[in-house]
Ligand binder design. Structure first.
Ligand SMILES: [Zn+2]
Length: 344
C-alpha cells in the first residue's frame, strides 16, 4: 500500500521530493496580469469591517485589519522575514525579489485569502539552479525528527511541476489548470468582499514553495494551494500540516512544533481542508479521498492556516473531464469552503 500511495500522489509529493521537469511556454487569454493598488481609503474601511466580523477565531492574526503595503499591487517579502535565509537564491547567488500580487475588493469583508496557483512555468533555465532548504530551521533543530534532509541534503528544488497533459483533451498541464482555477477563485472571492493575494497571475511566473508560504504569512489570513494530480487514481485529496505524512506514510516526530506550526493553526487548516474536500466532491461528483496530514515544504514555511488541494487526477479520464469542463464549479466550491471557514 505504501508504494501504491506514493505512486498515486505524485503531485503533492514533488513538493517535498524534488523532481525537475521542463514544461513548455504556453499562452492563455485568462492569464493576464492585473493588479490593483491598495489605497489609503482601504485602511479605514477594512479596520471597521474587520472589527465587526470577529466571531471567528480565524481572524486571530489580524493581518486583514491592516492595509497591505504594495508597489502598484505588488507586495514584496519583508527584508527581515525569518524565512529569507532559507529561500532559494538566483543562479548567481543573489536574492530574488519575492513578490505576490494583491487584489482589493470593492468593499472589504475583513478577510484576506492567499490563492496559490501552485507550480508555475519551470522551463526557465535558471529554475533548475535555484535551491531552497526543505525545513526553514537550522539543522541542529532537526535532530529529533526522522528526516535525512539535513546538511547538504537539506536543499531541493522548489518549483517542480509535471508536464503531463490531461487525458481528457490532451492539452492542459497542471500549471495551466491550477492558474485558471485560481483566477476564477480570485474573481469569486473579490465579489464576496475578500482581499485576494496571489503567488502568480500568469504562466511565466514562478515562485518557490517557501516563498509562497512566507508571502502568505505576511499578507493573508489563510492560504489555499491549488493543484492537479497524476498517478492513475481518482478523486479529490486535500492536505493540511501534521507530523504524519500521508504520502510516504512516515511519521516525523516533532515536525509541526519544530516548524513553529501552532495547534490552533493546524486545527484551522484541517477545518479548511475538510471543507474543501467535501464541497468540491459534492458539487462536481469527484470521489472524496479525504483530508490528510502531510509534511510538505509549503507547510514548513507557513505561519497561517493553510491547505493544499489536489482537485483530481489529470491522467484519469473521469477526473480529467471534470478538471477540464467544471473549473467554474470547482472554484465556486472553493469559495464556498472559504465562506464556511470564516463562518459566512
Ligand atoms: Zn502540483
Amino acid at each position: 500500500m505504501r508504494k501504491y500511495r506514493i505512486k498515486h500522489i505524485i503531485c503533492a509529493g514533488v513538493l517535498l521530493i524534488s523532481i525537475v521537469a521542463g514544461i513548455s511556454n504556453v499562452n492563455a487569454s485568462t492569464a493576464k496580469r492585473k493588479v490593483r493598488p491598495v489605497t489609503r481609503n482601504n485602511q479605514a474601511e477594512t479596520t471597521s469591517v474587520a472589527n465587526s466580523t470577529s466571531e471567528t477565531k480565524a481572524t486571530q492574526n489580524q493581518t486583514s485589519a491592516k492595509s497591505i503595503p504594495t508597489d502598484n499591487g505588488v507586495y514584496h517579502l519583508s527584508k527581515d522575514s525569518k524565512y529569507r535565509p532559507y529561500l532559494w537564491k538566483n543562479a548567481d547567488g543573489k536574492t530574488p525579489d519575492y513578490v505576490a500580487y494583491v487584489f482589493e475588493p470593492e468593499v472589504f469583508n475583513g478577510h484576506t485569502v492567499f490563492v496559490d496557483a501552485g507550480h508555475g512555468n519551470n522551463s526557465a533555465p535558471e529554475a533548475s539552479q535555484k535551491r531552497e532548504k526543505y525545513y526553514p530551521v537550522e539543522d541542529s533543530k532537526l535532530s529529533g525528527m526522522n528526516t535525512s534532509m539535513v546538511g547538504s541534503k537539506a536543499y531541493g528544488y522548489g518549483v517542480e511541476a509535471r508536464n503531463t497533459r490531461s487525458v481528457y483533451d490532451n492539452t492542459e498541464i497542471e500549471p495551466e489548470f491550477s492558474l485558471r482555477v485560481s483566477l476564477l477563485l480570485k474573481d469569486k472571492l473579490l465579489k464576496k468582499g475578500y482581499r485576494v493575494v496571489m503567488s502568480r497571475t500568469d504562466y511565466n511566473q514562478n515562485l518557490s514553495n517557501g516563498a509562497r508560504s512566507a508571502l502568505a504569512g505576511e499578507t493573508s489570513d489563510i492560504m489555499v494551494s491549488i493543484h492537479s494530480n497524476t498517478g492513475r487514481s481518482s478523486g479529490t485529496l486535500t492536505f493540511y500540516p501534521g507530523d504524519k505524512d500521508y504520502i510516504s506514510e512516515e511519521t516525523y516526530p516533532g515536525y509541526t512544533s519544530i516548524m513553529g506550526l501552532t495547534q490552533e493553526n493546524i486545527d484551522l487548516s484541517k477545518k479548511l481542508a475538510e471543507s474543501m474536500a467535501n464541497n468540491i466532491t459534492s458539487s462536481t461528483g469527484l470521489k472524496n479521498k479525504g483530508a490528510h496530514t502531510a509534511v510538505l515544504r509549503i507547510f514548513s514555511y507557513s505561519s497561517i492556516p493553510t491547505c493544499l488541494v489536489e482537485v483530481g487526477f489529470a491522467d484519469n479520464i473521469t477526473d480529467a473531464a471534470i478538471l477540464g469542463t467544471k473549473k467554474d464549479l470547482i472554484a465556486s466550491s472553493m469559495a464556498q469552503s472559504i465562506d464556511q471557514y470564516f463562518g459566512k
